[in-house]
Unconditional design. Structure first.
Length: 276
């Protein structure tokens, strides 16, 4: 299958790219020019990152014809390119998250892309975490799709926009769309154990990242009934889910992704040395 990955030079993009290549897919990597992401300090320790990029573009400046050249003949696209730093400016969120995703989706439709996998974030629900405390409305529960969104940043709002845009294209344009609220992915995974706390509770180990996105590209979820998940939009071909590892401190519900896609995280390792 011909699959494009935007943000292919990043940490998550590299993990996804390598998994898809290993599965035998023809993978097209898309990212900013090499000097741009090196200057920004993105994934600079990964010597293989430049080799994963087929097309070098500042996606906020890419024209429709350039988008269509990059996406030509792709059946599936994993769209990871974004400004993932919540402390960055509103202008950056508008440019790199909202504008880029809008242009991407419009051109993916034109190119006949069958399925897109869009990256969202747990920060779309971060404002709900206080309700997990004793006496809160979610005490003793996991935060799930049915609980809606509650953001504390423009970054979070930009990802809510991405989720809604995916709904629109699934409903209005009959494009399969999987939107994933991605857990915390870090280069040095030992920090999940060393620092603990929220970092471990939201951990998304790279082995689970590879497994989830590999499944999201290939899985047939057409028979999954969206009404089986309370609060999930009842839209055929649309799946909104969180994805992360099964940390003992996890407070995020991984449904409906587990049921709809048939994936599951690995058993939580006792330490980083035991990650398979």
């Amino acid at each position: 299958m011909r699959v494009a990955v935007t943000g292919a030079a990043g940490l998550i993009g590299g993990v996804v790219y390598d998994r898809l290549v290993a599965e035998g897919h023809e993978v097209i990597g898309i990212d900013r020019p090499h000097e741009d992401w090196m200057e920004a300090g993105r994934n600079t320790d990964d010597a293989s990152a430049p080799s994963r990029v087929t097309h070098h573009f500042d996606l906020a400046e890419a024209t429709d014809s350039e988008w269509q050249m990059m996406l030509a003949d792709c059946e599936v696209v994993v769209h990871l390119a974004a400004d993932a730093n919540p402390s960055n400016s509103d202008e950056s969120m508008l440019r790199n998250n909202i504008l880029v995703t809008t242009n991407f989706m419009r051109n993916a439709k034109i190119c006949g892309v069958r399925r897109v996998v869009l990256s969202s974030s747990g920060l779309t629900q971060v404002g709900l975490e206080v309700e997990l405390l004793p006496g809160g409305s979610l005490e003793g529960q996991l935060i799930g799709v049915s609980h809606g969104t509650s953001t504390t940043s423009t970054y979070g709002e930009s990802k809510v926009f991405v989720e809604r845009l995916g709904q629109y294209y699934s409903q209005g344009h009959e494009m399969e769309c999987i939107v994933v609220r991605i857990g915390t992915v870090i280069p040095n995974e030992s920090e999940h154990w060393e620092r603990g706390g929220r970092l471990q509770a939201t951990a998304f180990l790279q082995v689970d990242v590879a497994n989830f996105f590999g499944t999201a590209v290939e899985a047939d979820f057409s028979s999954w009934d969206s009404q089986s998940c309370e609060g999930h939009p009842n839209i055929s071909g649309y799946l909104l889910t969180a994805a992360q590892s099964d940390s003992p401190a996890r407070f995020i519900d991984l449904e409906p992704g587990i049921s709809a896609l048939g994936w599951s995280p690995i058993e939580w390792p006792s330490g980083p040395e035991n990650i398979q």
